[in-house]
Design a protein around this ligand. Structure first.
Ligand SMILES: Cc1cc2nc3c(=O)[nH]c(=O)nc-3n(C[C@H](O)[C@H](O)[C@H](O)COP(=O)(O)O)c2cc1C
Length: 259
């Protein structure tokens, strides 16, 4: 089973490429529900984006409580997508899997278009850079699939500079102070189409008087920001003037007829 959490499509794209090669089925979290989850082929492949040099908190919570038939005797693999580098995300994933009494094996990173835009100095990649990353992904995914088939224990991840500081110092601050849904709002360009609400993976956006209102149950995945057809979702002032990453958005887009 390939268990994927994807905010903006990058990880879902990678998961589907892996599924084509390996034949494992893709289960999208958290929407998949709890029934019928099973470690087919004696393995679970976790595919997810790196959030501030760690596992997305929403996925960490899912791993803590999810029931998967056969997970205890299966081998677990991680394929993490990132804009640049992962820090020690592989270590924290290994620990989270280990706490369930499960066996963590190989971990790989795949560089994909950056989606983080909520801080000064962070923006989406230029079109050229994003396209180059997407063009390089299939070969990388093929190599990852080979490693998984061979049941490799690889740690083939781009940790970047100062991984210890990134994962164990900056990340706790980030999770505490920079992952709040409170700054989300819609700008005057909003047409009330509800694409953001219809596509939120946690169902955390409600439409009131044809405007989105964010609740507290947010993954900070930024799908609402990147999927908006009018670029009318903002996170405080920090996302002002930033771009959208829409190259792979249809991998998570549920569609809506009247937009
Ligand atoms: C809240 C947040 C934090 C992120 N932190 C990192 C990071 O620490 N390192 C990195 O290389 N990319 C980071 N990114 C970029 C994503 O990991 C990357 O774009 C990923 O492929 C997105 O996958 P998705 O489209 O499946 O959600 C971050 C993105 C978000 C939304």
């Amino acid at each position: 089973m390939i268990a994927v959490f994807s905010g903006t499509g990058n990880s879902m794209y990678v998961a589907r490429c892996l599924a084509k090669i390996l034949g494992d089925r893709v289960v999208s979290l958290p929407t998949a529900g709890k029934d019928g989850l099973c470690a087919d082929n004696d393995r679970v492949i976790w595919v997810f984006p790196v959030y501030s040099w760690g596992i997305p908190p929403v996925l960490g919570n899912i791993i803590k409580s999810i029931e998967i038939d056969g997970a205890g005797s299966a081998e677990h693999f991680a394929v993490m997508t990132c804009g640049d580098d992962t820090g020690y995300t592989d270590r924290t994933w290994r620990k989270t899997i280990g706490r369930r009494g499960w066996k963590a094996c190989g971990a790989w990173s795949v560089r994909m278009p950056n989606t983080y835009v909520c801080m000064k100095g962070f923006d989406v990649d230029s079109v050229d850079v994003a396209q180059a990353k997407i063009a390089a992904a299939p070969a990388r995914v093929a190599a990852v699939a080979r490693g998984i088939s061979e049941r490799s224990d690889a740690r083939d991840v781009v940790r970047g500079a100062f991984p210890l500081i990134k994962t164990y110092v900056i990340r706790p601050w980030f999770v505490r102070h920079a992952m709040s849904p409170r700054p989300f709002h819609s700008t005057d360009d909003c047409i009330g189409c509800s694409v953001c609400a219809d596509n939120c993976p946690l169902g955390n956006i409600e439409m009131r008087e044809r405007r989105p209102v964010w609740g507290n149950d947010c993954a900070m995945c930024l799908r609402c920001y990147h999927i908006c057809p009018r670029h009318a979702v903002a996170w405080g002032k920090a996302s002002r003037g930033k771009g959208q990453s829409r190259e792979l958005i249809n991998y998570v887009y549920k569609g809506r007829k009247d937009v």
